[in-house]
Design a protein around this ligand. Structure first.
Ligand SMILES: NC(=O)c1ccc[n+]([C@@H]2O[C@H](COP(=O)([O-])OP(=O)(O)OC[C@H]3O[C@@H](n4cnc5c(N)ncnc54)[C@H](OP(=O)(O)O)[C@@H]3O)[C@@H](O)[C@H]2O)c1
Length: 188
């Protein structure tokens, strides 16, 4: 295992992003998780630690965030999978990224509707979570669709984890995992 890549903080990494978290840990990141069942998930996973919190509970999230930073140090990498951004906690995570004088990349994972071609305002609105935070370099990853002869389908967990890892490696501002444009006719 390579050593010393730093701290990667993941919110929502215990489900569809589990394989991505495991890969980052194998690559040498200290990976911390905040999720409701983060402790259970991280138990026995080398290089990973879990801090339980519901992201609807601001106080619990603040406590988990503080414990994660205590464990791993200032995060140089973040992956944020919040089902909704209409909460204070996504901003708290963005504020926790990096350290004075050291910026960090935050990969914000959003659902396909955030990138609906008829609603070009949605991605910039989602990116506002990191507005005014010079240490937090926001990258967005959209979970799109896979078009198949039988119709559109959601990405599998394996495709999502691989897509997020590819987005981190490429370090582009916006990555679409699958596609959203043209929008599938059977996903009104
Ligand atoms: N195309 C799209 O737009 C789109 C969007 C979303 C999902 N999907 C599909 O849906 C599948 C599953 O999606 P999913 O959201 O259920 O993903 P998931 O990653 O399987 O589960 C959600 C993740 O967020 C955490 N989480 C959920 N609620 C939380 C809360 N209140 N507080 C803290 N952490 C919380 C969960 O951990 P804990 O349970 O431990 O809290 C888990 O790590 C994906 O594989 C994908 O195919 C598609």
């Amino acid at each position: 295992m390579a050593e010393g890549l730093g701290h990667a903080l993941i919110v929502g990494g215990t489900g569809m992003l589990a394989a991505a978290a495991d890969r980052l840990a194998q690559d040498g990141w200290r990976v911390s998780h905040i999720a409701r069942h983060a402790t259970t998930f991280a138990a026995g996973r080398e290089g990973q630690a879990g801090f339980d919190a519901d992201y609807h509970d601001e106080a619990a999230f603040r406590a988990a965030l503080a414990a994660a930073l205590e464990w791993g140090g200032p995060p140089g990498l973040g992956i944020a999978w919040f089902r909704t951004l209409k909460l204070p906690t996504p901003r708290l995570m963005a504020e926790a990224m990096g350290a004075p004088g050291a910026s960090a990349r935050l990969f914000q994972v959003v659902g396909s509707r955030t990138a609906h071609p008829n609603h070009p305002d949605r991605l910039p609105r989602a990116a506002a979570v990191a507005e005014g935070l010079p240490n937090c370099l926001l990258r967005q990853v959209v979970l799109g669709f896979r078009l198949e002869p039988a119709g559109a389908r959601a990405n599998t967990n394996a495709e999502i984890s691989a897509g997020v890892l590819e987005a981190i490696a490429a370090d582009r501002p916006l990555t679409i995992v699958g596609q959203v444009d043209p929008w599938p006719l059977d996903r009104a």
